[in-house]
Design a protein around this ligand. Sequence first.
Ligand code: ATP
Ligand code: MG
Length: 536
Amino acid sequence: MLETGAIWGLTGTTVTSFMFFWAMYKQYVPHEFRAYVEKYFHKMIGWISYYVHIKFTEYTEEGLKRSQAYDSIRNYLASKSTTLAKRLKANESKNSKSLVFSMDDHEEIEDEFEGVKVKWHSNVKVTQPQHSYGRSISDERRYFTLTFHRRHRGMIIETYLDHVLREGKAIGLNKRERKLYTNNSSQEWYPWRSGKWSNVPFHHPATFETLAMDPVKKEGIKKDLIKFSKGEDYYRKVGKPWKRGYLLFGPPGTGKSTMIAAIANFLDYDVYDLELTTVKDNSDLKKLLLDTKGKSIIVIEDIDCSLDLTGQRKKKNDDDEEEDGEEKKKEDEKKPKVDEKQSKVTLSGLLNSIDGLWSACSGEKIIVFTTNFVDKLDPALIRRGRMDNHIEMSYCKFEAFKVLAKNYLEIETHELYEEIERRLEETDMSPADVAETLMPKSDEEDADICIKRLVKTLEEEKEKARKLAEEEEKKKVAKEAKKKKKAEEAEEKKRVEEEKKKNKKAEEEEKEEKTEEDVKKEKEQNGDVSNQNGCN
Ligand SMILES: Nc1ncnc2c1ncn2[C@@H]1O[C@H](COP(=O)(O)OP(=O)(O)OP(=O)(O)O)[C@@H](O)[C@H]1O
Ligand SMILES: [Mg+2]
């Protein structure tokens, strides 16, 4: 019998030799040849092994779309790994108050279901490094492998996997930390990363309760959202993809972005903030949208500025527009220009991405466009069916003011409310400006001071608006006078031209008459001469 020392010695030698050969293999066998060897090695193992392996990759469809099955499995395994795995990964939780553990890369855990044991292995494959601007960066592709005895194949595929996916999804929904995604703008540095999202936790405090707008309109929107979020069967029945488009339009500071945050909080959805100007082309846009999950809001802010999506503008057929031509040109020059080199997304590309065939992938989605200038948009972009619900966010009126006063000052009534109501009807002030005026600027400022400040501001705003209107009126009158003068000058010019023409014609006719008379006289003279000659 071998002694313990001898066994350790033997084992040590075997391990050392193995490590030596492994290092030699890795160093000297070329990469292509290794892939070849590994392929046949796996084939051989398959012939003799009793075990079945199933691979679940992080991205599906040629790496275009994040796999929901992978995410569910990760959640399921994370719930098991705290007790079963030896190596864990720790991340901060939702509120950064505690830690969340998950299975580390290259770690293995065993699970048991209905008396059957299976093994899960987490893998990561690092792609060949890509070189850009002198940097060498590689991409990591993760996947899980499930291993089980082949005699349980039926049960595992039909029952166990269903159980894992269902549990994982439920855990995911429970623990879900909502995210705000934004598309990567660093394509120049990492070109292969274009078409990908990066994210941060979404903690916007806006809710429908704090949103200042007409309560009837607000209720309507809430009902619409609830109907949509519960409408899976209905959408299937009518044969429509489960998505809904919202167009939010109105002047700056009227709460369009705040409304998006309120919708996200109301439905518990993620937000994908799509910056169109950094999307390379239509195909990149498709990739990005394919990589979005269900229960999400896809937002394109200031769609009129994002790209030249205004389609055919109104044809100029108006005198006024001709007059304004130069002013408009100047204004256009002032506007920031979209970098055409950077983004080649077209209107048709965007339309296709909103409701092309593949846009119906991966669950319910809300698409929101915001704009300050709804008239500038191509009608095709905002037609019902694409943008189903058009919501105007307007200047602050009394109902909206009451919400703001309640939020900012915690008051529901005040003796100046009537005056404020009247003044708000007379003045166009955005909720953002009203909110800023209402906000106490120091501990000494109470509700009364803030309300009085608002009344004063409204008065000033009214005066400002009056002066502006006067100036506008003056400009209009000057413009009219200029137009009239121009028309009169043109009329005068026309009259002079016609007069000239008339005179010229008269002169010519006179000349012609004279010539005829001369000819006649000449003839007569000639006749006289010949008669005299004849007589002689
Ligand atoms: N309707 C509103 N209810 C509550 N707060 C509002 C409302 N509108 C504006 N605000 C306040 O004003 C700020 C600016 O509003 P927001 O960014 O939503 O305006 P916007 O319409 O998106 O403007 P822009 O057109 O410039 O993007 C918000 O942070 C919020 O505090
Ligand atoms: Mg905004």
